[in-house]
Design a protein around this ligand. Structure first.
Ligand code: NDP
Length: 449
């Protein structure tokens, strides 16, 4: 065997040459490789079989045109994608994102991250991600339906319950999943669990909506518990006001903490009295039913609205970034530490830039990277697949107990690989190596494929 472990710089140079301009993808791979390459230094099997190089090359990428007609009769054209990164340990699994910022680099980073995250859940799921540059914001229900049907008309050739099972992500919620499932069913004349995040009436799982936000807070709870601390009484800064942010806030309230901010792409609200369950119910209606802006919260409840700003300068004990990638800059991370933040649990995918991660790691705060902290959503998607294949459905409590357990198992796995001699737990290293090993061992079993 001739292959030697490259240095991190050599590996990243090769990666950049093969994926020019794909900065988010390079960032995600760099973060993982910085932990995995030293880990495999004395493990020839992983080096010789080029496992890291292979995981960082998607199995397959499908790019397609999505043509649809808007309410005025205009023909509109968007671009659709599905990145199937790895099916080493199960069918490809990962969400669909509809947002104007979507491009190949973003979906490749998300599919790569998903591969490690899904491995950490302990369930049999490979990694994938997809979506489109379509912007559902401001579109009528009919326009969203026209788009979703056209998108699925092409995507259906590439997915299936044992091939690839997409779910929601930014811009893809219950409405979009419903339209896409309906079109898949119509085109294939089958009723099968080809998407997760489905409505309860047609094969969805109870607690899937809550799972990512709740899971992010369960992971936080486990990190604090390991330090003999708790969420009760802590003030919590949260970004975003979508599916993940709202349910993260709800679980913080359940556990006696005080969420004090939420945001959207227009700005953030700061409620010094705390967002309680009653205010949160109002927010659910605002965001999930009326599709309104967070600014309205400030008017109704007398909170401060900071237009065009993110909430990281606000004093807090805990920060939960739940909006989007790279939303915490190096300066934001420094401000959080300076203002007393002791724990960060990432609900969004890769919300912290690499320099910001370094700030958190150097400060040795409790820092849970997204691939561990937000794995609860895909874990419950995995449970939805199980319920679909057994033609059964479990109660909210049954699913929630399993979710709670899975998050603790992920925490334990991170502890196994991330514990330092001084007792500190480096959750970034723990998640990267903990996610890598299972996928890598499966790949070794397959030989050169
Ligand atoms: P939603 O579409 O429900 O909500 C996204 C929220 O983030 C909205 O408040 C949105 O504001 C805000 N946001 C999005 N893009 C930006 C931006 N560029 N700048 C500022 N704010 C922005 O998405 P989810 O809650 O489902 O997803 C949020 C994050 O969690 C994403 O990173 C996603 O990948 C991740 N995630 C989601 C999972 C899930 O189960 N849904 C599972 C695991 C991870 P606005 O409405 O103004 O755009």
């Amino acid at each position: 065997m001739a292959n030697e472990v490259p240095s991190l710089d050599q590996f990243l140079d090769g990666l950049a040459a093969r994926n020019p301009g794909e900065i988010e993808f390079q960032q995600a791979v760099c973060e993982v490789a910085a932990d995995v390459l030293p880990f495999i230094q004395d493990k020839p099997k992983y080096q010789e079989w080029q496992i890291m190089r292979r995981i960082a090359e998607p199995d397959r990428i499908v790019i397609f045109r999505v043509t649809w007609r808007d309410d005025k009769g205009n023909i509109r054209v968007n671009r659709g994608y599905r990145v199937q990164n790895s099916n080493a340990i199960g069918p490809y699994k990962g969400g669909l994102r509809f947002h104007p910022s979507v491009n190949l680099s973003i979906l490749k980073f998300l599919a790569f991250e998903q591969t490690f995250k899904n491995s950490l859940t302990g369930l049999a799921m490979g990694g994938g991600k997809g979506g489109s540059d379509f912007n559902p914001k401001g579109k009528s229900d009919n326009e969203v339906m026209q788009f979703c049907q056209s998108f699925m008309t092409e995507l259906c050739r590439h997915i299936g319950p044992s091939i690839d099972v997409p779910a929601g992500d930014i811009g893809v919620g219950a409405r979009e999943i419903g339209y896409m499932f309906g079109q898949y069913k119509r085109l294939t004349n089958t009723f099968q669990g080809v998407l997760t995040g489905k409505g309860i009436e047609y094969g969805g799982s109870l607690a899937r909506g809550e799972a990512t936000g709740y899971g992010t807070v369960y992971f936080l709870e486990d990190m604090l518990k390991a330090k003999k601390d708790e969420i009760k009484g802590k003030s919590v800064v949260i970004s975003g006001s979508g599916n993940v942010a709202i349910y993260a806030a709800e679980k913080i309230i359940h556990l006696g903490g005080k969420p004090i901010t939420l945001s959207d792409s227009g700005g953030f609200i700061h409620d010094k009295d705390g967002i309680d369950q009653e205010k949160l119910e109002w927010l659910k209606d605002l965001k999930f039913t009326r599709r309104g802006r967070i600014e309205e919260y400030a008017e109704v409840f007398g909170a401060h609205y900071h237009k065009g700003k993110s909430p990281w300068q606000v004093e807090c004990d805990i920060a939960l970034p739940c909006a989007t990638q790279n939303e915490i800059s190096e300066a934001d991370a420094q401000a959080l530490i300076k203002n007393g933040c002791k724990a960060v649990s990432e609900g969004a995918n890769m919300p912290t830039v690499l320099a910001g991660i370094k700030v958190f790691r150097d400060a040795k705060i409790l820092y849970a990277p997204s691939k561990a902290a937000n794995a609860g959503g895909v874990a419950v998607s995995g449970l939805e697949m199980r319920q679909n294949s057994a033609l059964t459905s479990w109660t909210q409590d049954e699913v929630n107990v399993l979710l709670r357990d899975i998050m603790t198992n992920i925490h334990d796995r991170c502890t196994d690989y991330g514990s330092d001699s001084d007792g500190h737990i480096d959750y970034v290293r723990g998640a990267n190596i903990g996610g890598f090993v299972k996928v890598a061992d499966a790949m070794l079993a397959f030989g050169v494929v």
